[in-house]
Design a protein around this ligand. Structure first.
Ligand code: 5GP
Length: 243
């Protein structure tokens, strides 16, 4: 198999770039940058190896999720910060799963962070930087054609499987999966996970101490951001090697 050659960049997001591949319209190269942003890019930062750490964590967790039956865009790693992925049409609905009260849920309802929920919440947000990703009602999603009823059912099922598999994995490392966001894409009639699973898009708290091992360290200026991401990668890799 010849190594894919990057051509035009078709999308540059806050933390990633997607490149087309010469002679292969069905795949793309996903490049993880060292940049970090928060609050819809109002806060910006960057640290060395951030893209490498996120690419490796995402590849490891995506592989776990794939083994549990969730189809994903991930094909294989091409380098430390580049992945070969399947080309999809992105569904403009971000799916958030919550196990504990934190972040915007705590803020909107004036609640303390950390309280357990009786069951995982599944929420939907409109993928729109210019509108700050507003929360969506189911009837809005259907009325405006952002996703179909059957796509919503499928995305919910996959998101809950990801929650179970990734949640159990982190639990075995002494880490609580508080919440996370994922995005899905269409390939023909099927839905596949088309997003990273990283500490950028999830909340991960150390059991017992509630030390934050995720992007809230950057968002909230908690310090040791790069070191904490590296620590998380080491813990993930050690657990994968043992399994
Ligand atoms: P919240 O709604 O509490 O801000 O976020 C819930 C979860 O989804 C958190 O784990 C957060 O990191 C993730 N999340 C929500 N929106 C985004 C987004 O636009 N980008 C990223 N990377 N993560 C998001």
């Amino acid at each position: 198999m010849s190594e894919p050659t990057r051509s035009r960049a078709i999308y540059e997001g806050k933390a990633k770039i997607l490149y087309e591949i010469e002679g292969d319209p069905e795949h793309l190269i996903l490049y993880f940058k060292d940049d970090a942003t928060a609050f819809n890019a109002k806060k910006r930062g960057s640290w060395e190896r951030k893209g490498v750490v996120n690419s490796k964590i995402s590849a490891a967790l995506t592989t776990l999720v794939q083994k549990a039956g969730v189809p994903t865009h991930f094909v294989r790693n091409l380098s430390e910060r580049e992945q070969l992925v399947r080309r999809v049409e992105i569904v403009p609905v971000e799916v958030v799963v919550r196990n504990r009260i934190a972040g915007s849920l705590a803020r909107r309802l004036g609640m303390e962070e950390g309280g357990e929920l009786s069951h995982p919440f599944v929420e939907h947000y409109y993928k729109s930087d210019s509108l700050d990703d507003p929360m969506l009602l189911r009837q809005w999603i259907l009325e405006f054609g952002f996703a179909t009823e059957s796509e919503l059912v499928q995305m919910r099922e996959y998101a809950l499987t990801i929650n179970r598999v990734v949640g159990d994995f982190f639990d075995s490392l002494g880490i609580v999966l508080i919440d996370f966001k994922v995005e899905f894409g269409r390939i023909g009639d099927s839905i596949v996970l088309a997003d990273e699973i990283t500490p950028d898009g999830s909340r991960l708290w150390e059991k017992g101490t509630n030390r934050k091992l995720d992007k809230d360290r950057f968002r909230r200026d908690l310090g040791d951001v790069a070191e904490t991401y590296e620590e998380l990668l080491q813990r993930v890799e050690a657990a994968i090697q043992q399994s």
